[in-house]
Design a protein around this ligand. Sequence first.
Ligand code: 5RP
Ligand code: ZN
Ligand code: CA
Ligand code: ZN
Length: 224
Amino acid sequence: MIQEALKALRRGEIVLVFDADNRERETDMIVAAEKIKPEHIRIMRNDAGGLICVPVSWENSEKLGIPYMTDIMEEASGRYPVLGKLSPHDIPYDEKSAFSITVNHRKTFTGITDNDRALTIGELAGICRDDRHESFGDLFRSPGHVTLLRAADGHVLRRGGHTEMSIALMEMAGLTGVAVCCEMMDDRTGNSLSTEDAMKYAREHDLIFMSGAELIESYMEFRS
Ligand code: 5RP
Ligand code: ZN
Ligand code: CA
Ligand code: ZN
């Protein structure tokens, strides 16, 4: 299964990953940032419907110098005390949120269209792939319409979020450590899509569906 998922990602296809019953209980669509096309954004918007985010590996996050949003808010709380009060210390399914800053490529117009978001994401993957991290501030503006997620140091060995699982997939596939993920929502119930329905979607669209447990086990083997 993992090998099929890695091949699909190298071909620029979406794979579906369910995290865990003791976590969000969500299935995310995941695709490699360096393979992003406007069509992927359209599919994520229409068929997944969650928040389209861009997991960035710990190493690339460090090189780009992107902070966690929580650190920015803590720093700014002296001037804006409400930012301190908003601290996300009570997330019900994890210790820490992966949210970092939001960005748009400077060549985008509004930043939200499928073409604009694909441009932002593809260009970010490009500077990370080519080790041109120092050009980040020249080429991108913030705030923007693409939410970056900072992967934990140690990745899935430290945190079992879709952020880290996306990056583990990129690493195993030999792709740049920048990904795109989006939670699958259920239009009928107003909740996240059930695992059964996510698996059904995978079958109907000929996509790979994986559990977080399978993914993390494969990653442990890969690293050993
Ligand atoms: C951002 C999220 C998603 O759940 C996304 O999968 C990344 O978060 P995590 O790493 O916590 O799973 O909340 O829309
Ligand atoms: Zn989520
Ligand atoms: Ca929808
Ligand atoms: Zn998630």
